[in-house]
Design a protein around this ligand. Structure first.
Ligand SMILES: Cc1cc2nc3c(=O)[nH]c(=O)nc-3n(C[C@H](O)[C@H](O)[C@H](O)COP(=O)(O)OP(=O)(O)OC[C@H]3O[C@@H](n4cnc5c(N)ncnc54)[C@H](O)[C@@H]3O)c2cc1C
Length: 470
């Protein structure tokens, strides 16, 4: 421990050893879904990238497992230490400077501990736009976003986190630093090594900073909350809107009636934007960097045409920022509403966009036939083919008995996903939760390559042991 203190300083770590200090370390030891609760030798709170690199060199030579932690909002337990009490949690929260923002270059360089919302704000103040946007953006950190290759509500137009990265600074297991914070858009010089760390969930190195792409600031917005008869109509509406709007659709979220019921029941201030209930809804948003673009008009025309074609049953178009925020509040609070309603079984899946309707039909049928005490709450970023295909316990159902169905339900849904050529983890990663799923569904060649890479970069297995790859 004295070695750690030498690197970090007395204020740079928490051990929970001092009287009354156990509560300080508690939040670092469990994941936000309360699936895991671990123990740790210490919580390291480095302030500089150099401290992170020294810390890793120290842990590597002493064979101490290291668990990087950002905002701790991940869904798969990737940032939680195991139960051995022999690992160190490395919180990046204090490594949180914005090092550089260059509006002419449309780039920003920020440290791993920057909260996502702060990066968005910095871009906005410079008349630029950083598009990554998630329900957890007030808490999650850049390092976590990079390491989970986060998705969110703008993937349709701007891509996942991976697509927004220009360069990375990463401390490797042995303490060496990959320093590649350039902002080049074109650089075909050998293997793209930085991409290995994107989505690696802290198993190949600790990201300390990144250079990111910025975009022109958005000046025009139009949002609608539209009722549709079924997911087939939603997918057709999306395809049409992309054509008629010159691809200005930046978000397109599918929401079932049950999710509106849950959010309006459990979340204060959330209300149904439409007068009568409908089976399905989409929340769609058009955006443009040109203030004069008549997006609202365009959206209204498109929705009116879709009403004629019976692709849309009713719609509310946001008249101002308050309406728009209210639509988004409904969408973003669905996970919290689900949590307050009782036990839930979650599946973060993706299939090709055009296959979404058939996937939902077949998945719903299986659930109706096999899970009498569960209710399907399937919602998500349908513009990316990504559904949170979740089940909540039915009213009056026994929570423990419902949750005990996790294995067979997961197997049936993930097998169905495989049959559709989809992914059992679209945007939440593997963490600890889905290690077995990766083993089951990845090809032997993929698994072999992953193990080879892991061994090459972390031969002593100190980086986030037990996560992603067994
Ligand atoms: C309400 C809510 C909504 C969400 N919506 C979305 C969504 O729309 N899309 C989406 O993709 N996710 C979503 N998430 C999940 C989560 O917010 C994202 O996965 C986010 O990117 C995690 O960031 P974090 O800083 O909290 O990472 P953490 O949870 O702290 O860590 C996640 C993983 O990254 C590793 N890690 C963290 N920092 C580093 C680092 N500097 N270097 C190396 N490894 C590191 C950890 O070890 C862990 O394996 C949501 C979560 C919540 C609670």
């Amino acid at each position: 421990m004295s070695g750690l203190e030498r690197i970090l300083g007395a204020q740079g770590m928490l051990t929970g050893g001092a009287p009354g200090s156990a509560a300080d370390i508690e939040p670092y030891l469990r994941d936000q879904r309360r699936l895991y609760h671990g123990r740790a030798l210490a919580i390291a709170l480095p302030r500089t990238a150099a401290q992170v690199s020294e810390l890793l060199a120290f842990c590597n030579s002493h064979r101490i497992g290291v668990v990087p932690q950002g905002g701790n909002t991940g869904y798969c337990g990737g940032a939680t230490p195991d139960e051995s009490g022999r690992q160190i949690v490395v919180s990046l929260a204090r490594l949180n400077r914005i090092r550089r923002l260059d509006p002419l270059d449309y780039s920003i360089v920020a440290e791993a501990g920057c909260v996502l919302a702060r990066i968005q704000r910095a871009a906005d103040e410079a008349q630029r736009f950083f598009p990554l946007s998630l329900g957890s953006e007030g808490t999650c950190q850049l390092g976590g976003n990079l390491s989970t290759n986060a998705g969110g509500v703008h993937v349709l137009r701007y891509g996942m986190m991976r697509d927004l990265v220009l360069g990375l600074e990463v401390a490797l297991a042995d303490g060496r630093v990959l320093s590649s914070l350039g902002t080049l858009r074109k650089d075909n010089t050998g293997y793209d090594v930085k991409s290995l760390f994107l989505g690696a969930e802290g198993t190949l190195g600790i990201v300390t900073a990144a250079s990111l792409k910025l975009f022109p600031k958005l000046q025009a917005f139009a949002a609608a909350f539209a009722a549709v008869p079924d997911p087939r109509a939603a997918v057709a509406l999306l395809a049409g809107l992309r054509e008629t709007s010159g691809d200005s659709v930046s978000s397109f979220e599918l929401i079932p009636r049950i999710a509106v019921d849950l959010a309006t029941r459990h979340i204060p201030g959330v209300r149904d934007p439409l007068d009568a209930p409908h089976p399905w809804y989409v929340l769609c948003e058009l955006t443009s960097p040109r203030a004069a673009d008549p997006l609202e008009e365009l959206l209204e025309h498109s929705l009116a045409a879709a009403l004629q074609e019976k692709l849309v049953l009713d719609a509310a178009v946001a008249r101002d920022e308050r309406d728009r925020a209210a639509f988004w509040k409904l969408r973003e609070t669905i996970p919290e509403a689900q949590r307050r309603d009782g036990g839930s079984l979650k599946h973060d899946i993706s299939v090709p966009v055009a296959a979404i309707p058939e996937f939902i039909e077949r998945g719903s049928r299986w659930i109706a036939d096999n899970v009498p005490d569960g209710r399907l709450v399937a919602y998500g970023h349908v513009g990316d083919g990504n559904l949170h295909f979740n089940l909540n316990q039915a009213p009056g159902a026994d929570r423990a008995a419902f949750l005990a169905r996790e294995e067979p339900v997961k197997r049936a849904i993930h097998d169905l996903v495989r049959d559709f050529g989809g992914s059992f983890s679209a945007e939440h990663g593997i963490g600890r939760l889905k290690v077995g799923e990766l083993e089951r569904y990845a090809s032997p060649v993929e698994l072999d390559l992953m193990r080879t890479i892991k061994h090459a970069l972390d031969p002593n297995g100190i980086l986030n042991p037990g996560k992603v790859i067994a």
